[in-house]
Design a protein around this ligand. Structure first.
Ligand code: F6P
Length: 323
């Protein structure tokens, strides 16, 4: 195949640009043409497609965001939308696709390829790390480091005021950012969507910490936790312990931006390079990943996360370490 289409879709993640660079440069090296599709599946539907040159990806390895832009497309969830997208690929003579994105991107891919036959390879690009088939996803390491930096700063002011802070990190359906930033910041507790938490238990632990006069108490909450995020958890704490000086902070989209860490740049470069080689070897409808240091290829339908992978042992560990 000579002409490949390349897109980023869903929430952006730091390192997507490094992945774009690797795909474009590898494809050009092997005499393929690369067509950038702006704004993900939405741009595919609208035919927002342009031929990419090696200079288009110069000086982007260190930049957050995605030069191809991204979007969440409702139209691509419809038969009409997917047909329009396929028609655009035909019109531009695109013979294969490279898709960079997260859970929604691969769900979209599975539907699309049920109806249309076109070789494709995916790369896991999401801060949430909510995909199977790779130990890490592009952007996760940067997002966790950003969260850690922010939480450390909040700890300084929390300690100065003897306050309890509830800090909300991203992750609508996934608690990996909360779990890892919580461990790294010495949080007293974390609340994540994968594991049901009894709020009474959380309040009990606060009570015993209070009796021991802990000067700082940090709770890290994933945005998708069952209680509805940091504001709601803080409200419950204030209702029960009006004397504890409690605040909450929502870290929000700062976790999606910024220059990617070295780990995300290397991951993105390896996966982008591997994706083009996979297409050349006719390994298609798979996502490239890295498992135990080695490149792997997992069929699209198997990468969609089932929420396995977070064990209650880790939560227990956080509570033991914060005693
Ligand atoms: O890309 C993943 C993610 O950042 C989730 O953690 C978060 O729930 C969601 O995207 C937010 O999406 P949006 O920026 O579209 O509001």
């Amino acid at each position: 195949m000579r002409k490949i289409g390349l897109l980023t879709s869903g929430g952006d993640s730091p390192g997507m640009n490094a992945a774009i660079r690797a795909v474009v440069r590898t494809a050009l090296y092997y005499d393929m043409e690369v067509y950038g599709i702006r704004h993900g599946y939405q741009g595919m539907i609208e035919g927002d497609i342009f031929q990419m040159k090696t200079t288009d990806v110069a000086n982007i390895i260190q930049r957050g965001g995605t030069i191809l832009k991204t979007a969440r497309s409702d139209a691509f969830k419809t038969d009409e939308g997917r047909k329009a997208a396929y028609d655009q690929l035909q019109k531009h003579g695109i013979e294969a696709l490279v898709l960079i994105g997260g859970d929604g991107t691969f769900r979209g891919a599975v539907e699309f390829f049920k109806q249309y036959t076109i070789p494709a390879v995916g790369l896991p690009g999401t801060i949430d790390k909510d995909l199977s088939g790779s130990d890490f996803t592009i952007g996760f390491d940067t997002a966790v480091n950003t969260a850690v930096e922010a939480i450390d700063k909040i700890r300084d002011t929390a300690e100065a005021h003897d306050r309890l802070f509830v800090i909300e990190v991203m992750g609508r359906d996934a608690g990996y950012i909360a779990l890892n930033s919580g461990i790294a910041c010495g949080a007293e507790d974390i609340l994540i969507p994968e594991i049901m938490t009894d709020i009474e238990d959380v309040l009990c632990r606060i009570d015993s910490d209070e009796r021991r006069s802990k000067s700082v108490h940090i709770l890290v909450v994933a945005e998708g936790d069952e209680f509805g995020g940091a504001a709601e958890v803080a409200k419950r704490i204030i209702e029960r312990f009006p004397k504890i000086d409690t605040r909450y902070a929502v870290l929000g989209h700062i976790q999606r931006g910024g220059s990617p860490t070295y780990a995300d740049r290397v991951l993105a470069s390896r996966l982008g390079y591997a994706a083009v080689l996979a297409l050349r070897e006719n390994k298609t409808q798979v996502m490239t990943g890295i498992v135990n240091g080695d490149i792997t290829y997992t069929p699209f339908q198997q990468v969609i996360k089932t929420n396995a992978g977070i064990s209650t042992d880790m939560i227990e560990m956080i509570r033991v370490l914060s005693v």
